[in-house]
Design a protein around this ligand. Structure first.
Ligand code: ADP
Ligand code: MG
Length: 239
């Protein structure tokens, strides 16, 4: 279970997140909406423990352990994994080599690569010259090989066409069900909702959670009214 209690995050001396509280149980999926610059990626990076994203107040707990003072690798050991919005290119390291570090099961690597249409890309240097779709599929591949208990997905559909979203959505959905994993998913387009049934969702505006409710209802409200109404918290589906 992920519990975020009254968390404040600062970058340098600038406050980015104010008093964020949310909770996620086993097998629950939370969808996070919000306009650009509202602090969504900052929240995910603070959960993961990226340097520079300082938790200036409050507590983040995962399965009963306080994360605040743990390093990224300790958080990964606890079962937390991230799919980057903008994955880095890694010259000199091939996708197959990294996969081999993440899983010793060659059959699992081959079968997941096939499901994600990555067979032809396994011997390429990570993300070098990859298309948007290939890069995101490779990210999901690496994440799933880690067998995370909590998946942090930062705009998994950005730069990805409908066909690739379908491939990724099916693999993600099957993983979440099989491993009863939790996920926090940031989305702008909402396409991922066609594959992953979110249990709850909330909207982040200007570093605050402004309202929460069912993912599809909130998404429809945002599509019809824009984020301004969320800013005023006039959302009728708020709960
Ligand atoms: P979102 O993901 O909702 O678009 P972010 O969390 O990326 O928003 O950014 C929230 C705010 O924090 C923005 O004003 C952004 O410029 C600022 N910010 C994020 N990362 C950094 C950083 N490394 N250094 C300085 N400011 C940052
Ligand atoms: Mg972002």
């Amino acid at each position: 279970m992920l519990e975020i209690k009254n968390v404040k995050v600062e970058i340098g001396s600038k406050s980015i997140l104010y008093d964020i509280s949310l909770a996620l149980k086993e097998n629950e999926v939370m969808v996070l909406f919000g306009p650009n610059g509202s602090g969504k990626s900052t929240l995910i990076k603070a959960i993961m423990g990226f340097s520079g994203y300082e938790i200036a107040g409050g507590i983040i707990n995962f399965n009963g352990k306080e994360l605040n003072s743990l390093s990224i690798d300790e958080r990964v050991q606890l079962g937390i994994g991230i799919m980057y919005q903008h994955p880095p290119k890694i010259r000199g390291v091939r996708l197959r080599q990294l996969a081999g570090f993440l899983s010793k099961d060659k059959d699992e690597i081959e079968s997941l690569a096939e499901k994600l249409s990555l067979q032809e890309h396994l011997d390429r240097e990570i993300n070098l010259g990859f298309s948007g779709g290939e890069m995101k599929r490779a990210e999901l591949f690496q994440l799933i090989l880690q067998k995370p208990r909590l998946l942090l997905l930062d705009e998994p559909e950005s730069g990805v066409d409908i066909e690739n979203i379908s491939i990724m959505g099916k693999v993600l959905s099957a993983y979440l069900k099989e491993y009863r994993a939790q996920a926090l998913i940031i989305t702008h387009t909402g396409y991922i909702l066609d594959y992953v049934d979110g249990n709850k969702s909330c909207v982040m505006v200007d570093g605050h959670i402004s309202c929460s409710g069912k993912p599809r209802e909130i998404f429809k409200f945002i599509q019809e009214n824009g984020y301004d109404k969320c800013r005023e918290c006039k959302c009728p589906v708020s709960s």
